[in-house]
Ligand binder design. Structure first.
Ligand code: SF4
Ligand code: SF4
Length: 94
């Protein structure tokens, strides 16, 4: 056990922020509302929309765009090729 004066008082380090952010393209009329993309998005960036497509299904929307990292897991899981993710470069801070 470390001596009392060895204990650090500094706050824990934050994880390094990714240099890329992401977004998605949603082809809403292809969607059949299975919500796989929403359930398995690792950053919880998607929600199902309250609106319906022309087939009568709710489709996903990018509800929290800042959380999307462009990993395209949603695109890999979608059985109808109705969504895909892509990387965007972050704007440089001046
Ligand atoms: S995985 Fe595809 S079909 Fe299922 S809700 Fe998402 S976009 Fe629609
Ligand atoms: S690209 Fe990745 S982070 Fe963005 S919505 Fe799809 S699964 Fe989520």
């Amino acid at each position: 056990m470390p001596a009392r004066d060895e204990v650090s008082e500094s706050p824990p380090r934050r994880a390094k922020q990714s240099k890329v952010k992401g977004s998605v393209v949603i082809l809403s009329n292809r969607c059949k509302g299975c919500s796989f993309c929403v359930e398995f998005c690792p950053t919880d960036a998607l929600d199902m929309s309250r609106f319906m497509n022309e087939k009568g299904y709710h489709f996903p929307e990018l509800a929290r765009p800042k959380q999307c990292n462009g990993c395209d897991l949603c695109g890999m899981l979608c059985p109808d090729f109705a969504i895909y993710g892509y990387f965007e470069r972050r704007k440089k801070k001046r």
